[in-house]
Design a binder for this molecule. Sequence first.
Ligand code: MD6
Ligand code: FE
Length: 222
Amino acid sequence: MAAGAPSGDLFASLDDDGGRIDVLAEGAVLFRGLAAGSAPQLMAAIIEIAEAAPFRHMVTPGGHRMSVAMTNCGAAGWVADQRGYRYDARDPESGRPWPAIPEGFYDLAVAVARAAGFGGFTPNVCLINRYEPGARLSLHQDIDERDFAAPIVSVSLGLPATFLFGGLRRADRARRIGLFSGDVAVWGGPARRVFHGIAPLKAGDDPLTGPYRFNLTLRKAF
Ligand code: MD6
Ligand code: FE
């Protein structure tokens, strides 16, 4: 963990001079810049994963080619195709198991979840999203996991993005929240099923990721 990382319960950590913490909703906590120090190592691990399981633009059951490119690591990976959305133990492109979750991803997710009040988080999958300029993620809920008691830990790397944070109904008005490289969010509890998305990425040149934004989401899928 980076120096100054929050530890212990959330409210104690608010009193530390570690970093800024934004509470988006009950159960949704954003640790600003927490992973900034480890971003180069996280990025190196993403490159290694993508050598074994390349980024690809999945096609949704409705026939829409996603503008976000995705890959996965862990015991299963999230996939979309004509048949639907699911977690699959194998990469459909290669027929091979997905690469393992790097220790650095796992340890970060467990520690940040604990700091947000979710002790005992044992993620077994990690989705990796890559955004190029104009790429977006439309409003969605993450409901393909079996266990909604476990939170999701989300790490942003590279170019900034605007996160759309809605409510429990698709029509609920979404707040717009800036996400920057190194920001780590934990969502669980009542916030676990809120609708959310990413606005079209603005072009830029990040020292670490060049023209891209990456996002890791660590989950307990089953
Ligand atoms: C992204 N994130 O930041 C997309 N889902 O690129 C998500 O869709 C997401 O950040 C569930 C929980 C946290 C997230
Ligand atoms: Fe999501």
